[in-house]
Design a protein around this ligand. Structure first.
Ligand code: FES
Length: 81
């Protein structure tokens, strides 16, 4: 089966918001501190905390489950937009 739809180039890295959880970062990425020092992720796919409660920021440690963090997996927009 073939498609005539144009193929999008594969991005170097992708970020996927998880419903009520972290941001999954995959691909060819580099994590840096605000000072520009490299943070070694130790794996190709990492979960980045977006609830603010992780003890191992910038990585998710699962604390979002016990704090009942809620967030959509979709893009969120400010009210009125
Ligand atoms: S999103 Fe998992 S601990 Fe913050």
């Amino acid at each position: 089966m073939t498609s005539d739809a144009p193929r999008r180039p594969r991005p170097a890295a992708t970020v996927t918001p998880c419903v009520d959880g972290p941001l999954l970062l995959r691909g060819d990425y580099e994590l840096l501190t605000p000072e520009g020092e490299r943070i070694e992720p130790g794996r190709r796919t990492v979960a980045l905390c977006r609830c603010g409660r992780s003890a191992i920021k910038p990585f998710c440690d699962g604390t979002h489950d016990s704090t009942r963090f809620r967030a959509s997996g979709d893009r969120e927009r400010p009210p009125g937009r």
